[in-house]
Design a binder for this molecule. Sequence first.
Ligand code: PLP
Length: 452
Amino acid sequence: MTLDLPANPNAAAVAADRAHVWHHLTQHKPFETRDPRVFVKGQGLRVWDAEGRQFLDGVSGGVWTVNVGYGRARIAQAVAHALTEMNFFAQTTGSVPGAQFAEKLISRMPGMSRVYYGNSGTEVNEKAWKMIRQIAVKRHGGRKSKILFRERDYHGASITALSACGQGQRVRDYGPFTPGFVEVPHCLEYRAQWGEGDHAGSYGERAADAIEEVILREGPDTIGALCLEPITAGGGVITPPMGYWERVQQICAKYDILLHLDEVVCGLGRTGTWFGYQHYGLKPDFVTMAKGVASGYAAVACLVTTEEVFDTFKDAPEDEMSHFRDISTYAGCTAGPAAALENMAIIEEENLLENTRNMGDRLMDNLRALQENHAAIGDVRGKGLFCGAELVADRSTRAPLAEAQVQRVLAECQARGVLIGSTARAMQGLNNTLCLAPSLCVSADEIDEITS
Ligand code: PLP
């Protein structure tokens, strides 16, 4: 289907974009000879660009964000209502949408109790780390201030978030970084770092033990928290191997280390449960979320903590410096929680968690079938509608497919009207993985269209 647009109605906008907008993660030299892409319309999983070309979006807005799909008028209406009633007051006070969404969110996160609002994944991750540092001061006299992060994980674009970034390409050129962040090894079994003879238990247990080795090397009394993605996203769609999370949770308990789970991608249904960690029975101290919280209809992100964490700040001796000294202006805008509340209502009313599990199984089945027929697909992995297909030049050596070849695959898909993503740039030849993460309302036909 081609959208019936009048003759080039967006030409001026495209020209203005080309002249004045600096796109994220983009080399602009090619736009000296051709126009950048400008999207003008979205409905369901379909998007149309300024030329009227239609695409099936297999990555939910390019960065696994639009969980409930495009064109949801009821979210726009909820946002309009919230803004008309009371658009903003500093988050030092409360708002009706802010309170309602917090209550709803916590009802789906047993064990957690407090919602701290922010605007982006980067920002709420940094807020978590600020809390962790302050807890180190309050509980441990300033010791236990180091934060562990994992090779291949990503937590945001600021200098401090890049200090906790396990992807070399993203950090190159941007140092010096914030001290106090220490890397632990990744757990991608397809790129195994330990052979079978090197360990007694499962690969997952071995990978978790590698975290313990770093803790012992650094000194357990210096480590405040471990920050991990439940399933690594941009680092290669890395689903944790069996036994990994159980051992990680034990290690955190053993050394009194707080567990911070970055659910910026997995959160709000992407993997078929509300949160990725809920597949593994984890008990985090901090959960951060952003993208799917409002499916891209408003800028909102949340840091969720336990009551125990909250109490550390509340029950401190009477001291005016004992509260969490942090604020973000736009966390006081009611558009975010109003959109988030409606987004959750859609997920529930349309049974999108169940659809995610069912369609995710179909997507994985299709990918496995493709793998049987295509030697370039070395590994497929995923959970729910969060899937990856790792491309290799040679299955026996597992040498990654060259980035130019991966870009060709993406371009071919686009030429056939399907948008998918890849980790090729971020991982620079370490794992070149195609990313498939359609909206949670995807149909069986759309899944088949993507994989065909
Ligand atoms: N954490 C993870 C796992 C991410 O994938 C991202 C962004 O892709 C972020 C954090 C940063 O989120 P934002 O771009 O909203 O700052």
